[in-house]
Design a protein around this ligand. Sequence first.
Ligand SMILES: [Zn+2]
Length: 84
Amino acid sequence: MVLECKHVWDYISGYLDGGLDPELLREVQKHLDHCEVCSAVLDSTRNILVLTADERTFTLPLGFSERLHERLERAFADGLQTET
Ligand SMILES: [Zn+2]
């Protein structure tokens, strides 16, 4: 199974809250190891979660995935621009 960046982004919130299958988790990690764009996306996503997450419960705010998607699209566009 080969993951593309867009697939990884779909999994990032699950990756961060531990909701992924172990096998999928491994694939995502493998991708993150060699993909700077997705690593950056993971970092900024983690920052959002740290800011918004309660100390004990890990609840995503309403509209999170929508905003995450916008952010990811932007990050991906930025990544493409720096590469070319
Ligand atoms: Zn990637």
